[in-house]
Design a protein around this ligand. Structure first.
Ligand code: PLP
Length: 388
């Protein structure tokens, strides 16, 4: 059998045993959670259980906020950004702060709002550091929303979102704060209250749950003050915030997966740190540059730049050898232009074009890194020869 060394876990993860087991159990629980009879209610119970598990993993205390299940992280972010823009009450406030290296799910929705007349201020993230002084300089009463990601999906940089939101809220408490925590949830410890975030996006398939499920945390204050409105209208599921019959199988598996990871989140972090430093050491010995952020970083994501060889070429070479990495985020693979995130990080367009993202899950081992090393070594020998 062909080997499969999967090192693209920031694109998506394989299902965990806990997830698989729950999916299998759920094949018997077919009710519609909105039905009042007992078959519907047993489905409702599984959704409620998953909600409780995820809220608890987020460290949300009773009545502090709600969790709204969606179809993915992208939908949760669209609800956060478009939902708060369309519920907007303060007419004079049109300024939105964001970083210059957000995932397209944030970036594209903000571009859409820009066309509607909002002013978007993009804060630099050179070397993976969110520029807090630039945030200070952009603060005035025009501020409406701030959206910053917790962990960058291409470089692993951890942005000081808590510090940024605290500065914003201390001066303008009515400003809305959204954090895309898709790459940070269950990887680094945080709570929405600790971040001073009104809205937090998470996604199941990055955490060994199936694709098709994400969630948005919404603070009780946002709901009470009607600062967010739904865009999927219909049967009023999810407290009216996201109509449509729930993906009960996906939601239950998301909950089971989060419960499973919660038991050993600390151990997973140790494993990531060990793999990150082992891989950095081995790969840099091949003359490959490690794009390590200057500040804090989440060690499940390692970004590297190859010596003058396009990442796409190496990626296909590795793939044929049974080693799977990415040439940027999965979404940027739909685009032929070099990653804007890596350019914001400080790479030249040519370097960005030669960069690979290696991303770990707790199932990866040092032997996987050894396989990557050997495969990269032969790719470099072969491809450099072809170039000459
Ligand atoms: N935000 C970040 C930082 C991501 O890395 C991703 C996916 O790669 C998303 C949002 C989108 O999540 P989903 O694939 O669940 O829509």
């Amino acid at each position: 059998m062909k080997r499969e060394i999967y090192l693209d876990n920031s694109a998506t993860t394989p299902l965990s045993e806990a997830s698989r087991k729950k999916i299998y159990e759920m094949t018997e629980i077919y009710g519609n959670p909105s039905s009042l009879h007992s078959i519907g209610q047993s489905a409702e119970k599984t959704v409620a259980e998953a909600r409780k598990i995820i809220l608890s993993a987020l460290g949300v205390r009773a009545r502090e906020g709600e969790l709204i299940f969606t179809s993915c992280g992208t939908e949760a972010t669209a609800l956060a950004i478009l939902g708060s823009a369309h519920a907007k009450q303060r007419r004079e406030a049109l300024r939105i702060l964001t970083s210059d290296s957000e995932h397209p799910s944030v970036k594209k929705n903000l571009e859409a709002l820009e066309k509607e007349g909002f002013e978007i201020v993009r804060i630099p993230t050179k070397s993976g550091i969110l520029d807090l002084d630039a945030i200070e300089a952009s603060l005035d009463k025009k501020i409406f929303l701030a959206s910053f990601m917790l962990v960058n999906n291409e470089t692993g940089a951890v942005y000081k979102v808590g510090e940024a939101f605290s500065r914003i809220k201390s001066k303008y408490p009515e400003a809305i704060t959204h954090c895309d925590a898709v790459q940070g949830f269950m990887k680094i410890p945080f709570t929405p209250a600790g971040l001073k975030a009104d809205l937090v996006t998470v996604s199941g398939h990055k955490l060994h749950a199936p694709k098709g499920v994400g969630a948005l945390y919404i603070s009780a204050d946002m709901i009470k003050k009607k600062k967010i409105s739904p865009f999927l209208l219909g049967g009023g599921q999810e407290g009216g915030m996201r109509s449509g019959t729930e993906n009960t199988i996906g939601i239950a598996a998301f909950g089971a997966s989060v419960a499973d990871i919660s038991e050993r989140a600390h151990k997973c972090r140790e494993r990531f740190a060990e793999l990150y430093s082992y891989a950095s050491e081995r790969i840099s010995s091949l003359g490959i540059k490690i794009n390590r952020p200057s500040g804090e970083y989440a060690s499940h994501i390692l970004n590297v730049t190859l010596p003058n060889i396009k990442s796409e070429t190496v990626l296909h070479f590795l793939s044929a050898d049974g080693v799977f990495v990415s040439s940027g985020s999965a979404c940027s693979s739909h685009s032929s232009t070099p990653s804007g995130t890596l350019i914001s990080f400080g790479l030249t367009p040519a370097q960005a074009d030669c960069s690979l993202r290696i991303s770990f899950s707790e199932y990866n081992t040092k032997e996987d890194v050894d396989a990557l090393y050997e495969s990269l070594k032969s790719a470099l020998a072969r491809l450099v020869r072809i170039k000459r």
